[in-house]
Design a protein around this ligand. Structure first.
Ligand SMILES: Nc1nc2c(c(=O)[nH]1)N[C@H]1C(S)=C(S)[C@@H](COP(=O)(O)O)O[C@H]1N2
Ligand SMILES: [Mo]
Length: 162
């Protein structure tokens, strides 16, 4: 029993610095119109079907290709409450969402752009690139068929529906 108690104490002491030093990729803050405000963690994302896609886009260093794995944004936003907006699609299509990165980089999208009945763009919230986890550098948005990389936001920290 004593050993167990000592071990528990050691784990409790270790847990604090580990949590404090972990990279800031604990999750993506979700907020705004029609969604439950909260944090999307890797564990939350893991509950959605995995999608993989290879995308290429132009960057200032030339063409870049990567194989990204993650979850589609649409079902995640639906599950987090956006589905309730769907009563009237004219109303739904008035909404946009702003994706912000850890460096302050921001890109705006619209709900209609990703809605299956409209733009149906398969925007991916990627958790892996070329078989490597993005947990440390941050989750990345992947926007298939964009010619340039600018909307492929790296290190996503928040998504706000407006
Ligand atoms: N957070 C963040 N994401 C970003 C950018 C940025 O400055 N900050 N630049 C964008 C631009 S303009 C391009 S072309 C691509 C470059 O992707 P790469 O870093 O994988 O080459 O990232 C995009 N995502
Ligand atoms: Mo770019």
């Amino acid at each position: 029993m004593r050993t167990v108690r000592i071990l528990l104490a050691v784990f409790a002491l270790l847990a604090v610095p580990l949590a404090a030093t972990a990279k800031d990729m604990t999750g993506i803050a979700l907020s705004g119109v029609g969604v439950e405000a909260g944090t999307l963690t890797a564990a939350d994302l893991a509950k959605f079907p995995v999608t993989e896609m290879e995308v290429s886009f132009m960057t200032k260093k030339g063409m870049e290709t990567g194989r990204y794995k993650g979850v589609l944004l649409w079902p995640v936003l639906q599950e987090k409450g956006l589905a309730k907006l769907a009563g009237d699609h004219h109303e739904d299509l008035a909404h946009t969402f702003l994706v912000t990165a850890s460096d302050g980089y921001r890109i705006a999208f619209s709900v209609g752009e990703i809605a299956p009945d409209f733009g149906n763009r398969a925007i991916l919230l990627a958790t892996e690139r070329d078989g490597k986890s993005l947990q440390d550098e941050g989750f990345r948005l992947v926007v298939p068929n964009d010619a340039r990389g600018a909307r492929s936001v790296k290190g996503v920290v928040s998504i706000e529906i407006k």
